[in-house]
Design a protein around this ligand. Sequence first.
Ligand code: 5RP
Length: 249
Amino acid sequence: SLSRCTHVLGFSQSVAANMAEEAKKLAAYSAVDNNVQNNQVVGVGSGSTIVYAVDRLAERVRQEKLNIVCVPTSFQARQLILQHGLALSDLERHPELDVAIDGADEVDAELTLIKGGGGCLTQEKIVAGNSKCFVVIADYRKDSRVLGEQWKKGVPIEVIPMAYVPVSRVIAKRFGGEVNLRMAVSKAGPVVTDNSNFILDWKFEHVQNWSEVNTAIKMIPGVVETGLFVNMAERAYFGMEDGSVKVRK
Ligand code: 5RP
């Protein structure tokens, strides 16, 4: 019957969701265990995967009595740090970080990333860019050969609100594809970032050189930052479906 079908479908969806959560946790724990040491300044990313990393970090700080200072990449990250009783800092007091750990929406074979699914890309890029080592944590669904293979929502781009229409037009004209203003779930208005800006999602078609495209988009007046992280990540930890962790360097 239909009700039995939807029941079975719902069950398999929840099995898949549990598997992905388990994979996020595996990646996060492995990254924290292998990249964080005593007396370090640690950048804390945003999203759902980072929650597991902060859990593990707090556990290690307690158990091993580590002296760790955390720099957040968003309001969410700041709250996570405070809720876990970790030491909160900022780039004024700690302009150079030892390691930054963050999630990603997609990771290609060269460790080029799409980030900003949660709209925190600008602060995430600032923190990652000022870290000696930037480590990505993700589940198997983010592991890609080329960008766009898995992540279908496009490249997030943070823009100054007054410029969202001209920036959208310039991007569509110069690089093709489709550009959409990201709306709040309620559809009542646009998503507003921690920096009081808007987010455009660029559904690209054919891109050869991500470094060139990233630089060109950044040069458009009104663009604050792109969710393209090119040549930034040192390593990516993927939690896999079979319970293993795959590391890409
Ligand atoms: C937020 C981000 C996140 O790190 C990215 O969206 C991954 O999130 P999740 O761990 O929930 O999949 O870039 O701006």
